[in-house]
Design a binder for this molecule. Structure first.
Ligand SMILES: Nc1ncnc2c1ncn2[C@@H]1O[C@H](COP(=O)(O)OP(=O)(O)OP(=O)(O)O)[C@@H](O)[C@H]1O
Ligand SMILES: [Mg+2]
Length: 287
């Protein structure tokens, strides 16, 4: 089993300053028309085996910078597995074999020179079940900052406030930052773990069904949040909810049995897909 808490197991070494260009692409620009500087992640011929089981087969795709990319597909098709490849969380699972390449801003993430702790700092992940630490709301958000080394308290305070504001939680919790995070509602906990993830200002946010356990109002808050966060982050979101994928994402990839069947603008995938399998899935014929 993966220990989902290891998402914040960063080392204290500082990150080099990597300038993040701003994407210039329009939301309707087809992936084939992207320029190099619009691309955050490039996946080439990615295959992943759990033991003898092939879970991902020859995945090749690019992920646009500061856009929301949804991964959809039936249960067991490899969505979470693919998501975990982007910050090498699958390395924590025994008997996993990965071939192919993933480049983050041009850096091959499997390169032996890559510091995995730093990679996970740049590529934050939020899981389906919110996993706050049994600490205060404040300490949950400050956790990753503290691991980065000493920071004046006033700066930690500012970053905690910034992250809570940017995760649409500040108004609900500003008066009770020292209370336990475990006493928050599920929807609040999910926004808290998003605040924890963005507090250290990653480049990429991986969200694995972040709203699947939430009520409609909390779900809407998460969706609004995703929409707002894409101004600063490249976001990959896994969802089983077709309406949600259509609402929040700019690009959508449809996975089936470990293969990327189709990848295009969300508009095309939901209105005029090329592949019959995609159409069958989005119209609810299977999955
Ligand atoms: N830790 C693991 N060890 C072995 N096999 C795994 C592991 N995690 C996933 N698999 C297998 O890999 C395949 C893809 O699983 P994955 O969890 O990526 O699917 P998914 O699309 O996220 O499904 P769901 O929508 O149900 O979350 C499945 O056949 C699954 O059984
Ligand atoms: Mg999954």
């Amino acid at each position: 089993m993966i220990d989902e808490r290891s998402e914040v197991a960063y080392e204290s070494s500082p990150m080099p300053d990597v300038p993040t260009p701003t994407s210039s692409i329009e939301e309707t620009t087809s992936p084939s028309a992207w320029r190099d500087e619009d691309i955050c992640l490039t996946v080439s011929d990615l295959c992943l085996h759990y033991g003898d089981n092939e879970a991902l087969t020859n995945i090749s795709m690019q992920v646009a910078r500061q856009r929301v990319t949804a991964l959809i597909g039936p249960s067991g098709c490899g969505k979470s597995t693919l998501l975990r490849c982007f910050n090498r969380m699958n390395d924590l699972i025994d008997d996993v074999r990965i071939t192919g390449k993933i480049e983050l801003n041009g850096m091959e993430i499997h390169d032996t020179a890559v510091d995995i702790a730093q990679l996970r700092r740049r590529v934050g992940m939020v899981f389906q079940r919110p996993n706050p630490f049994p600490k205060s709301i404040y300490e949950n958000v400050a956790y990753g900052l503290r691991l980065q080394g000493s920071m004046p308290k006033s700066e930690v305070d500012d970053r905690v406030e910034w992250a809570l504001k940017n995760s649409a939680l500040w108004e609900e919790v500003s008066g009770r930052l020292n209370e336990s995070a475990l006493d928050m509602s599920g929807g609040q906990q999910q926004r808290l773990v998003i605040a924890r993830a963005i507090a250290i200002q990653p480049d990429v946010l991986l969200l694995d069904e972040p709203a699947s356990a939430l009520d409609p109002i909390s779900t809407l808050k998460i969706e609004e949040l995703v929409h707002q966060l894409k101004q600063d982050y490249t976001i990959l979101i896994v969802t089983h909810n077709m309406q949600q994928a259509a609402r929040v994402s700019d690009y959508t990839g449809f996975l089936y049995l470990g293969k990327l069947v189709e990848y295009d603008t969300t508009n095309i995938i939901f209105t005029n897909p090329t592949e019959k399998q995609t159409e069958d899935y989005i119209t609810g014929r299977y999955g």
